[in-house]
Design a binder for this molecule. Structure first.
Ligand SMILES: Nc1ncnc2c1ncn2[C@@H]1O[C@H](COP(=O)(O)OP(=O)(O)OP(=O)(O)O)[C@@H](O)[C@H]1O
Ligand SMILES: CC(=O)N[C@H]1[C@@H]2OC[C@@H](O2)[C@@H](O)[C@@H]1O[C@H](C)C(=O)O
Length: 381
């Protein structure tokens, strides 16, 4: 049994999701118990700087190093805070902050994915061995380096007789498809990035509220509008939605420029702000439903949501409406905290690294081989 901290700030750049986890077992017998979970928001100035860099702002090498360390300091503080009045952790798994992601191209060009918040500084500040940079080894093996949570989903949430989709709605939405274990004998698993999640909705809310709101709480604003189906049909033509998995994406595609194009396309329909938000929410759920219908061997028996988007009640209702009789729940209902699942996953990936267990699933990332994920940074004790 190990006590491990998992840390991640995702593509929404809203804060550092932090999980203190008790872990035991290996793969099919893996067990995790969340002892404590918190999201520690970034300082506003740091968040702004990260968003600007994600949007393409140029930095000198010295500025890049300073930003890398500023993020690592916040991650280290998150790791320290989560241990207050809790058991002491022996290991940290830190995803860091993605600031750039370029998928591999045509099987020839290696992918490139950059996460800031260097593990060496987290180890030094916390005096806890830290594993970071998890995506690199999968990319070395010609994979996308994402999504990485799928193997943890398979170990923790697979079911003997039910085909399940584990649907994350983070900044970007991604799915793990888990065919029933008994009938599929462990084959047929899939996972990929579907497309826009909260990033697109958050950008829209910030724009429409003139910066007074960061997100659409519970989806209330969108719920007061009506989706424009003609625009949704037009937007679903986006080439990324037609590409067969394995595939990955990020803010580079579904970020600020994409939103500007949506605004331009919407002009001729004279939508209210609420209608525009409802339409972007409809695109988010339609991309999910379209992806299931197009790329899964069969529709799932049930869908379990996780990530911040699982709190968006309007989005959840619209997804339920699009999926008809397939029940849409959250992973809370099967014992895995929907808010901290990604942070828990990076704790597990660090734990697996120590046990020499491969962390990637080649059928999901398209890597040529399973790999040990993560760079080990030993603390000076
Ligand atoms: N009550 C709520 N109602 C609506 N949306 C919410 C609510 N709570 C959180 N969110 C949304 O969830 C987002 C954060 O989600 P999450 O933490 O899963 O993102 P992330 O960690 O960046 O994800 P990923 O790594 O998967 O891209 C917020 O930016 C917000 O848009
Ligand atoms: C490059 C990158 O940071 N990708 C994230 C992003 O956020 C959601 C989706 O896109 C997923 O592919 C991935 O994160 C999760 C934690 C993963 O690797 O499974």
């Amino acid at each position: 049994m190990s006590i491990v901290i998992g840390l991640i700030s995702g593509t929404s750049v809203d804060g550092i999701d932090t999980a203190l986890v008790e872990i035991q077992g290996r793969e099919v017998d893996l067990q995790v118990k969340l002892l404590s979970g918190e999201t520690y928001p970034y300082l506003d100035s740091l968040r702004q700087e990260i968003l600007e860099v994600c949007a393409g702002k140029a930095l000198s090498m010295a500025e890049l190093a300073r930003l890398d360390d500023a993020i690592a300091v916040q991650f280290a503080q998150a790791a320290q805070k989560i241990q207050v009045n809790q058991p002491v952790a022996e290991l940290i798994g830190s995803h860091g902050q993605t600031v750039f992601h370029r998928p591999p191209h045509n099987g020839t060009e290696l992918g490139y994915s950059l996460q800031l918040g260097r593990g060496s500084l987290i180890a030094d500040l916390t005096v806890i061995d830290t594993i970071s940079n998890f995506r690199a080894a999968d990319i070395d093996a010609r994979g996308h380096g994402a999504p990485l949570v799928s193997k943890i989903d398979a170990c923790l949430l697979g079911h003997p007789t039910e085909n399940r989709c584990i649907q994350n709605i983070g900044g970007i939405s991604n799915v793990t498809y888990l065919p029933a274990r008994d009938t599929q004998k462990g084959t047929g698993m899939k996972g990929w990035d579907i497309g826009p999640g909260n990033t697109l909705l958050d950008i829209a809310v910030q724009h429409l509220s003139q910066g007074t709101k960061n997100y659409d709480q519970n989806g209330d604003w969108a719920a007061s509008g009506k989706p424009c189906q003609a625009l949704v049909i037009q937007w679903l033509q986006e080439p990324y939605f037609q590409i067969s998995p394995p595939k990955s994406t990020g803010r580079e595609l579904f970020g600020w420029d994409y939103f500007q194009q949506c605004l331009t396309d919407a002009q001729e329909y004279h939508l209210s702000d609420a209608d525009l938000l409802a339409t972007l929410t409809e695109l988010t759920v339609s991309a999910i439903a379209h992806s299931y219908r197009t790329f899964l061997p069969q529709m799932p028996d049930s869908v379990f949501l996780c990530g911040g988007g699982s709190h968006n009640l309007y989005l959840k209702d619209r997804l339920q409406a699009q999926l008809g009789k397939i029940p849409v729940m959250t992973t809370n209902e099967v014992g895995l905290n929907a808010d901290y699942k990604e942070a828990i996953s990076f704790a597990v990936l660090a734990y697996w690294r120590q046990l020499n267990i491969h962390g990637n699933l080649p059928e999901v990332t398209n890597a040529r081989q399973p790999r040990l994920l993560g760079e080990v940074h030993l603390a000076i004790k």
